[in-house]
Ligand binder design. Structure first.
Ligand code: ADP
Ligand code: ZN
Length: 753
């Protein structure tokens, strides 16, 4: 027998290995193989008995008794690889817990402990740590079999321990061994003395969702719109056919209730469900509701889990013990048996797109494809659907269901725009109107949310004398001034230096902060309202474990003002919030991206939706220097339809999504001339029928972390794009490699940076 094995390397093919006689393997099995002199983890994707024409080496080991990947997920990863132009192995890697791909344990541990890496990934709730002791298998399968045979008769508990370890992927917590399998500590010690297992103590983050009780199901009758949404979902669930429902409901219209009811119905039909949320740590209230309805049936997959916990949760899903999965992006691949429903909450969010590593997939689109393959239902929910989804609904590819009103007829908040170009500047960054609204709330003991979508103190620091701006030596972007610690920080690569007291260019002594970050807003707020309790929430205050929740708790119990970046715009449901202020809507508008307007509209609508959720009505003030911008004009009236109509017209004229698809090809290297050369060669080779080639141009961040970056943007339909890419890349890849330039295709890119 021979097996095709997918490896997580950027080579677009699988590799043939011989299956040793008597081994029973099927597609989905995780194996060890030797590849270019190294032992690597791969996945069997195909088994056949026709021998290859060349000599092949044997599979070294099978890592699990059961295939790790079920057939439907294996199938899905293949689609991901083809569509997002990466290797099948890379796609599989995204679909399984990272621990399953470990090359060596030491390497994994150093990755986990890398503080920079964890600082970059701040998506998980981080609540306190606990020390746990884990038992790890030290020997490979063949030796294990020998030792098992020896131990079986003389020390059955030790044999049992080895077997449990093997079946559980090689590592189990000591407490679990004791509690669940009644394997005593001395059995483990003896195995340790024989060199068969390791006992390691490590610090892990306590799972903050493990004990969440959650709110009980809501017994109130559904609104007629909710009923209609459920009818559309149930029809497909019962009929066993594919359907995608775009649930477009204003903030507070009861979308989450629809998700819960839909999942309930899926469960009663014997099907499992997945819920994707943009960021778990920002939506604790949502998670609590799901836990309350479905209790033990829920597995919450989040980045706060240790590798072992993640693997355990994943196994319980795979075995069907947990029928409901809640998680961020990668949960779309969860191996739920008989999956009938995937809910994508806040479907317009950019966090669903993985943009920094291969595969550069969008979980929302993968969800739709997965349901199409498995004849299930996808629900995409949002108050501000992405124009792609909205257009699909207009064309009839998705079923559009609207929830046009808030629950109990609560009005949407009144929105006012303040033109910051006129009027008094002395109270900058606040207008008189905004100050007055905040003062009213403080007097009435109601709560306020303020959005300023840039962290740090100032946008940049400039010398008024010579105009010198401090820039990152690696990225060329201007450095942001952080008042705490008086640092200049690069928000792209993390470079930091102490702010100098004089200009390095002209020696001027009056360096001035320009622009506005959350720290500076906080300072101004304290000046105007010294007695107010201000809670600041941005990447800098949420770095520590559990910080998100502590900050939200503080705001909830004693805070007056929650001030922060886009984090404060998402999913929060506090009835006492009666005022939302947007300090500057211009931050987001000015990004070099054709979606900057759409993003601004979404952000403004989302943050406005945080108010007026209780019995008290809400008000919103948006400060801007460009009140005539489309995003702002329509956000004032909560008019998504009007916004979409104008924006779609423009997209059509310019040939942007959803009318054309984009493929962004990125080039990166240490030598600028070579990067440029390779970009030009690809730009030329990518030309073809039905394709428009933009560039090559220097990327908006032309230099990042010491690399020079160029890009080519292609517009076309996806078939021509794939064809052009295959042709060009097939021919030019060796050339790019020779010139030490990395070439990365990004299908359906979400950011142009
Ligand atoms: P969304 O997800 O659209 O923001 P939610 O589902 O969170 O809306 O609903 C907003 C509020 O209304 C929640 O407090 C929820 O419990 C309540 N709610 C939802 N549906 C109903 C209903 N049919 N009757 C009464 N209250 C409801
Ligand atoms: Zn930098």
């Amino acid at each position: 027998m021979y097996a095709q094995v997918a490896l997580p390397i950027p080579l677009d093919r699988t590799f043939t290995y011989e299956v040793p006689h008597g081994w029973n393997v099927v597609p989905g099995h995780r194996v060890l193989v030797r590849f270019r002199g190294k032992v690597r983890t791969g996945f069997i994707v195909e088994v056949s008995d026709s021998p290859p024409s060349v000599d092949v080496s044997p599979i070294l080991d099978v890592m699990d008794p059961e295939p790790v990947l079920p057939e439907d997920v294996l199938h899905l990863t293949r689609w991901v690889a083809e569509y997002y132009l990466c290797s099948w192995g890379d796609a599989i890697k995204a679909a399984v817990p990272s621990g399953l791909f470990r090359e060596s344990r030491r390497e994994v541990r150093s990755k986990v402990l890398d503080p920079e890496a964890s600082a970059r990934k701040l998506e998980g709730p981080r609540l306190g740590t606990v020390r746990v002791r884990t038992v790890r298998l030290r020997v490979p399968k063949e030796e294990l079999d020998l030792r098992l045979a020896e131990l079986e008769a003389r020390a059955p508990r030790q044999a049992e321990c080895l077997r449990v370890l093997w079946e559980r992927g090689g590592e189990v917590r000591l407490s679990e061994l004791e509690g669940r399998w009644r394997i005593g500590r001395d059995s483990v010690r003896r195995l340790q003395a024989k060199g068969l297992v390791d006992l390691v103590e490590e610090e892990v983050v306590r799972d903050p969702f493990a004990e969440v009780r959650g709110d009980p199901p809501d017994g109130s009758p559904l609104t007629s719109h909710q009923e209609e949404a459920l009818r559309v979902v149930q029809e497909a669930l019962e009929g066993g056919f594919y359907r995608t429902v775009l649930l477009w409901g204003v903030t507070g219209s009861g979308k989450t209730r629809v998700y819960l009811e839909a999942m309930d119905r899926a469960l009663s039909l014997g099907k499992g469900a997945i819920v994707l949320v943009p960021e778990i740590s920002l939506t604790p209230q949502t998670v609590r509701r799901f836990k309350g309805w479905f209790g033990e049936q829920v597995a919450v997959l989040h980045s706060g889990l240790s590798e072992g916990e993640r693997y355990d949760a994943w196994r319980m899903v795979r075995e069907g013990t947990r029928r409901i999965v809640i998680g961020a992006r990668s949960a779309v691949f969860a191996p739920v048996p008989d999956l009938g429903l995937i809910v994508v909450d806040e479907e317009h969010e950019t966090t669903y797109k993985q943009y920094d590593t291969s595969p550069r997939y969008n979980a929302k689109d993968v969800a739709v494809v997965r349901m199409k393959m498995s004849k299930g239902v996808a629900i995409l929910g949002s108050a501000t659907p992405s124009l792609e989804s909205y257009y699909n609904a207009l064309k009839g590819k998705f079923v559009l269901v609207r929830l046009p009103e808030r629950i109990r007829g609560r009005p949407l908040p009144e929105v006012e725009v303040v033109d910051m170009r006129v009027g008094a500047k002395e109270r900058w960054p606040f207008s008189d109107l905004l100050l007055e609204k905040v003062r009213e709330r403080l007097e009435r003991r109601e709560k306020v949310i303020l959005l300023q979508n840039r962290r740090g103190y100032a946008a940049f620091v400039q010398c008024p004398n010579c105009g010198h701006v401090f820039r990152c030596p690696r990225c060329r972007v201007s450095l942001t001034y952080h008042a705490a610690g008086r640092n200049l920080v690069c928000h792209y690569c993390g470079f930091r230096r102490k702010a100098p007291s004089s200009c390095p260019n002209c020696g001027g002594l009056h360096l001035r902060p320009r622009g506005l970050g959350t720290e500076r807003v906080e300072e101004a707020l304290e000046r105007s309202f010294p007695e107010a309790e201000v809670v600041r929430m941005d990447l800098d205050t949420t770095g520590r474990k559990g910080a998100h929740w502590r900050l939200l708790d503080r705001f909830w119990s004693e805070g007056d003002v929650l001030l922060g970046t886009q984090m404060v715009a998402k999913g929060l449901d506090y009835p006492e919030v009666t005022f939302v202020g947007v300090v500057s809507a211009d931050v987001c508008l000015s990004l070099p991206d054709f979606r900057a307007g759409e993003r601004t509209f979404q952000l403004l609508t989302q943050v406005a939706g945080r108010t007026g959720r209780g019995d008290l009505p809400g008000e919103v003030v948006i400060q801007t220097c460009s009140p005539e911008e489309r995003a702002i004009r329509f956000a004032v009236n909560h008019d998504f339809e009007g916004y979409a109509e104008e924006e779609l017209r423009e997209r059509k004229a310019l040939g942007y999504p959803p009318f054309k698809r984009l493929l962004l090809v990125k080039f990166r290297g240490k030598d600028e001339a070579e990067v440029r050369k390779v970009a030009e060669m690809y730009g030329e080779a990518l030309k073809g029928d039905g394709i428009e080639v933009l560039g090559p141009v220097e990327a908006p961040l032309g230099r990042l972390r010491g690399y020079f970056r160029w890009q080519v943007l292609l517009k076309g339909d996806h078939v021509s794009l794939h064809r052009a890419w295959a042709k060009a890349d097939g021919r030019l890849r060796p050339e790019a490699r020779r010139r030490e330039v990395t070439v990365v295709p990004d299908m359906d890119p979400v950011g142009m940076l």
